[in-house]
Design a protein around this ligand. Structure first.
Ligand code: ADP
Ligand code: BMX
Ligand code: ZN
Length: 289
């Protein structure tokens, strides 16, 4: 039995997978301090199943069993946190870990592998994550950073004048414009009241300002896709995360990409695994590693 965990900036999900079939699933809100996180982890993993392997898809970059935030506003205590060791002690079995978007990239590549060898997965979620498949292989990188497209910069600016810096310390990051956190920040500034990303999508149907925030974010995503195409050459882009999969977002990104010259027009499709793309990818990765 594989226990797959997806640890995101907002939610912590667990799935019990046997013979490639998910037999149970649980989800709790993510906690952003160490004690709260450890309690949430115990709660979400509590079961009577025997576990042979733990497969982890986690926000942040992973190296030598430890996890670091790129954006320290998301999880402030992810500064070399020994996640691998914590899970090994709890389950007494091998723990195989990947960045969440890298895991989802692998999971989304598998059903497309007959037609596609080079793919970019993007999650628009609490942050903006990315995973790259190059020549049929998942690119992880020497520091686990490969695919971190959320912290590549774009020339599109956020629509709130006091946006400040991204939590990674740089200005102009894609994540600071197109993540759920950034959408909520821009909408809250624009409407002068607390508006979250979900409400922004609802407002966009009738409100030109709400619509402009989403189109601006989609234009930023399209820029990052075009840059990735030019650096590594890809055949397809897969979008996931609650923002990426929200009503009309894929179409917005597709339209923004079509505004570029024909060379840049790539298919943009939805994650076949939906919100479970990271869990499914991590589970398959763990099965083979
Ligand atoms: P995680 O980052 O933990 O993987 P999600 O993929 O669910 O989790 O992304 C969380 C972000 O998506 C939050 O900013 C949240 O406000 C936003 N969000 C959640 N549901 C929706 C929705 N239906 N429409 C738009 N935004 C959403
Ligand atoms: C951030 C970064 C990435 C992650 C991406 C999406 C942190 C903690 N995470 O750019 O490693 O892949 O967010 O993650 O710096 P999520 O939290 O939105 O699921
Ligand atoms: Zn950044």
């Amino acid at each position: 039995m594989i226990l797959a965990l997806d640890i995101g900036g907002t939610k912590l999900s667990a799935a019990w997978i046997q013979d490639q079939e998910c037999i149970a699933r649980k989800q709790v809100p993510m906690q952003h301090d160490e004690a709260g996180f450890l309690a949430a982890l115990r709660e979400v993993t509590q079961s009577d199943y025997g576990i042979d392997r733990v497969a982890v898809a986690a926000t942040g970059y992973l190296r030598e069993g430890r996890v670091w935030s790129v954006n320290l506003n998301t999880i402030p205590f992810w500064k070399g946190f020994p996640l691998g060791q914590v899970l090994e002690q709890q389950f007494n079995c091998p723990v195989i870990m990947l960045n969440d978007a890298q895991a989802a990239a692998w999971g989304e590549y598998l059903p497309r592998r007959e037609q596609c060898s080079d793919l970019l997965f993007i999650t628009l979620s609490t942050g903006v994550g990315g995973g790259l498949i190059c020549d049929g292989k998942l690119r992880i990188g020497p520091q686990g950073l490969a695919g971190h497209i959320g912290h590549a910069t774009v020339s599109v600016a956020p629509l709130d004048p006091n946006a400040g810096k991204c939590g990674c310390g740089r200005t102009g990051c894609l994540e600071h414009i197109a993540s759920g956190t950034a959408l909520a920040r821009q909408a809250t500034a624009m409407f002068n009241r607390r508006v979250d990303s979900r409400e922004l999508f609802a407002l966009a149907a009738g409100d030109p300002q709400a619509n402009a925030i989403l189109d601006n974010a989609a234009a930023a995503v399209a820029q990052a896709i075009a840059d990735t195409l030019m650096v590594v050459d890809i055949q397809e882009v897969v979008l996931g995360g609650s923002v990426g999969l929200a009503e009309g977002m894929i179409e917005r990104v597709g339209r923004a990409l079509q505004a570029f010259p024909a060379l840049f027009s790539l298919p943009v499709t939805a994650a076949l695994g939906g919100g479970d793309a990271g869990l499914l990818g991590a589970a398959d990765w763990a099965r083979h590693h």
